[in-house]
Design a protein around this ligand. Structure first.
Ligand code: PMP
Ligand code: GLN
Length: 377
């Protein structure tokens, strides 16, 4: 078979969660909460089903949900997006990202990404025939170097993908980064794709959404996910928003990709959003988990890197082992009983800084049990 993606295997999240299950290890690898979502959200979805809201929602998403998203974005970032023409509900952030890439990039185009890079971007770029161009976020700061990015921009650059708060490193873009990005893309037709799924899990200052910067907002599509915000990663519902002209192109692809997503969940989410502003408490909620988990690892030989956002904690393990990080992650899962993600898999050249990623979106009892095992190394 002529593979379009010859170098692509099975995603690390599937590999590590499967290994964790096989070994009976505590799974701090793939990012998902091990606690329940709010009961009223389930009741609202159940009620929507009983009320007969079981047929196709509009292609662009349920109007009430798009309006709730518009209100939230305006309240947080000060920019008005038109619910009718500038917001689309998607099957999770993954579909939104793929659709945005497919809508704008094709053969001959280049898309700039930052390594370590979330693992769905590059396969999406290559599936549509475009080429990924890598800029670096280097250990230990994981900050972008905008001069490096400037040197990578060519007439073929169609898109730049930024992710803040950043998975897997927990680093953040600040206002100066947005300004640098705006300056670099000024007078070009480059589309900026913002993966902001952890927008509400920002521990230092305010989340710097592309939506806050009027010039960038005009050339950006921004993606978020209810999975992260309401502890429902398995529902796979997210959204994309951006200027009407960009959104029109996005929808040309979206309508023939998924057309629309699970209707009763959209009804439930719209009702839940109207009643709650839970997202405002999310950073504090996860800050406590982050601090609790860091305390668990204090006194171990893991060197904890800063976690400024997301529900991930990076740790350097070179004082414990010389193994490459993929092997160390396997050893930790099999022999210690705690599954993690090796960070080298997010680099095109497999750069190995001997750093692994822990997910702390877990009950304290889970984090304490993992801590006990890790302190025993
Ligand atoms: N982008 C990033 C940076 C993520 O961490 C994730 C989820 N792990 C996604 C996109 C995908 O989100 P969803 O589950 O809503 O598709
Ligand atoms: N984004 C999640 C993580 O980083 C996993 C999502 C997935 O499994 N595709 O762990």
């Amino acid at each position: 078979i002529d593979s379009k993606l010859p170098w692509v295997g099975t995603t690390i999240f599937t590999v590590m969660s499967k290994l964790a299950a096989e070994c009976g290890a505590i799974n701090l690898s793939q990012g998902f909460p091990d606690f329940q979502a709010d009961r009223s959200l389930f009741d609202a979805v159940h009620q929507a089903m009983l009320d007969g809201r079981n047929q196709y929602a509009p292609m662009t998403g349920l109007p009430e949900l798009r309006q709730a998203i518009a209100a939230k974005v305006q309240a947080l970032y000060g920019t008005a997006y038109d619910a009718e023409s500038e917001i689309t509900v998607t099957a999770g952030a993954t579909q939104a990202l793929f659709t945005a890439i497919a809508a704008f990039a094709g053969p001959g185009d280049e898309v700039i990404v930052f390594a370590p890079v979330y693992d769905s971007y590059v396969p999406a770029i290559e599936t549509v025939g475009a080429k990924a161009i890598y800029a670096n976020l280097r250990y230990p700061d994981y900050k972008p170097d905008w001069n490096e990015v400037r040197a990578l921009i060519t007439p073929r650059t169609r898109m730049i993908i930024v992710n803040t708060p950043h998975n897997p490193t927990g680093s953040l873009l600040d206002a100066a980064d947005l300004e640098a990005l705006a300056e670099l893309t000024r007078d070009t037709n480059i589309v900026v794709l913002g993966d902001e799924v952890y927008e509400h899990i920002c521990f230092e200052g305010e989340h710097q959404s592309l939506a806050r910067h009027p010039e960038l907002a005009a050339r950006s599509l921004i993606v978020s996910s209810f999975g992260k915000t309401y502890h429902i990663t398995g529902w796979k519902i997210g959204y994309c928003y951006g200027a009407a002209a960009l959104m029109a192109e996005f929808r040309k692809v979206h309508q023939f990709n998924v057309f629309t997503v699970h209707a009763p969940s959209q009804v439930g989410l719209a009702a839940f959003m109207a009643d709650h502003s839970r997202h405002l408490q999310l950073a504090e909620f996860y800050r406590q988990k982050r601090d609790f988990f860091r305390q668990q690892l204090a006194g171990t030989k893991f060197e904890l890197l800063p976690s400024r956002g997301t529900y991930f904690q990076l740790a350097r393990y070179d004082a414990i082992s010389d193994l490459p990080d993929t092997e160390f992650a396997q050893w930790l899962t099999r022999e210690v009983g705690v599954a993690v993600i090796p960070v080298s898999v997010f680099y095109p050249d497999g750069r190995d800084d001997k750093v692994v990623r822990f997910c702390f979106a877990k009950q304290e009892s889970t984090l304490a049990a993992a801590g006990e095992k890790l302190r025993g190394i």
